[in-house]
Design a protein around this ligand. Structure first.
Ligand SMILES: [Cu+2]
Length: 69
């Protein structure tokens, strides 16, 4: 299991937080997701043999948010 922190732009409320949590938790290989509106970031625990960083980023941008590098 690996943990990564992604900086996310465009979150404005708890609804945004929930959307991001939902799309990430739907991915196979994602174990735990903590999204912070205050810090504008998501801390994601995932299995790198099942999910890639790119998949995580794509899921977030498909939900309408920007991931900062
Ligand atoms: Cu919102």
């Amino acid at each position: 299991m690996q943990t990564t922190t992604l900086k996310i732009q465009g979150m404005t409320c708890g609804g945004c937080v929930n959307s991001i949590k939902t799309v990430l938790e739907r991915l196979s290989g994602v174990d735990q997701v903590d999204v912070s509106l205050e810090n504008a970031e998501a801390v994601i625990q995932y299995d790198p043999s099942l999910a890639s960083i790119d998949q995580l980023k794509t899921a977030i941008s498909d939900a309408g948010f920007d991931v900062a590098d």
